[in-house]
Design a protein around this ligand. Structure first.
Ligand SMILES: [Fe+2]
Ligand SMILES: [Fe+2]
Length: 285
């Protein structure tokens, strides 16, 4: 088997090892799904590093003093290095038509949002999120080169994230109503992308099935423990913003349910509506 046909992350990483739904697929299909999911992970990392370069450029221009400007120059250099490192790992599509929706949202925030949202959403939340995610990727990758690459990237991301926390703590006068509204609007969208659960694997698995039903999706989500795993991710999301967000804003986030995990039923329904052209084809809808 050529290297491109060996999955970088295995069944354990996606939690599917004991799933009956998963085991009902042929060994060949299971392998091709794992390979494809691995490529998607690298593809997402690639676009996130691209966004990192844009972020550094934007924050560089908006820097309040020489030290800040220097810092973002270094960040830009590091993100460019990360991009090259990820790029060299494997064959995956870098076509602009294939930008994952998470990276699209990050791009939109970098393009549209103001400085407060930038610090909170990109540098504190997403760099912090990326840090945890990359650590897991490094620990679980079956390819030594991939594992080492993510380990090296993590060393820089730790600094990027902590600098965001320090810079935001200088915002002594809190947040204006406009800043709070902007933050909440973007945070709602980030929160939905996390709380909807394991989108990619459900998409790959159920594309292989003829006329899949929501019942089958629900069974699969139960088998892979999706609610518990996703609740853990929601908790991390909360922890990352809780340490920086003013209490009143954190209360609003909680009250709006942005940190509340979905039940199995809610996740089944949200996922079946989000995956295009799979469940809509099921005859029992
Ligand atoms: Fe990076
Ligand atoms: Fe970074």
């Amino acid at each position: 088997m050529g290297k491109e046909n060996v999955p970088i992350w295995d069944e354990d990483f996606f939690n599917v090892k004991n799933s009956e739904t998963w085991k009902s697929l042929s060994a060949e299909i299971r392998n091709s799904i794992l390979v494809s999911l691995g490529q998607k992970i690298l593809q997402e990392a690639y676009f996130i590093e691209c966004a990192g370069m844009a972020y550094a450029g934007k924050m560089n221009l908006a820097a309040k003093n020489k030290e800040e400007r220097e810092f973002y120059c270094f960040v830009g250099e590091e993100e460019a290095k990360h991009l090259r490192m990820v790029e060299s790992l494997a064959n995956f599509s870098t076509s602009l038509e294939n930008i994952p929706s998470f990276s699209l949202l990050i791009g939109e925030i970098i393009q549209e949002a103001q400085r407060t949202s930038h610090l909170l959403l990109i540098q504190i939340l997403l760099e912090g999120w990326g840090l945890n995610y990359y650590k897991t990727l490094a620990k679980t990758a079956k390819d030594e080169n991939v594992a080492q690459t993510f380990k090296n990237i993590v060393k820089d991301e730790i600094r990027h994230h902590s600098a965001g926390v320090i810079l935001f703590s200088n915002h002594k006068n809190g947040m204006s109503d406009k800043e709070v509204d902007e933050f909440l609007g973007y945070f709602e969208r980030i929160s939905f992308m996390v709380k909807v659960g394991p989108y990619s694997i459900c998409e790959e698995v159920f594309r292989q099935k003829k006329d899949p039903t929501e019942e089958e999706l629900k069974k699969f989500l139960t088998e892979i423990n999706a609610v518990v795993v996703t609740s853990g991710k929601m908790e991390l999301l909360g922890q990352l913003i809780a340490k920086s967000l003013p209490d009143a804003v954190l209360e609003k986030v909680k009250a709006k349910g942005y940190l509340t995990a979905m039940s199995l039923e809610e996740m089944t329904s949200a996922l079946s509506q989000s995956i295009p052209g799979v469940f809509a084809l099921a005859p029992n809808r």
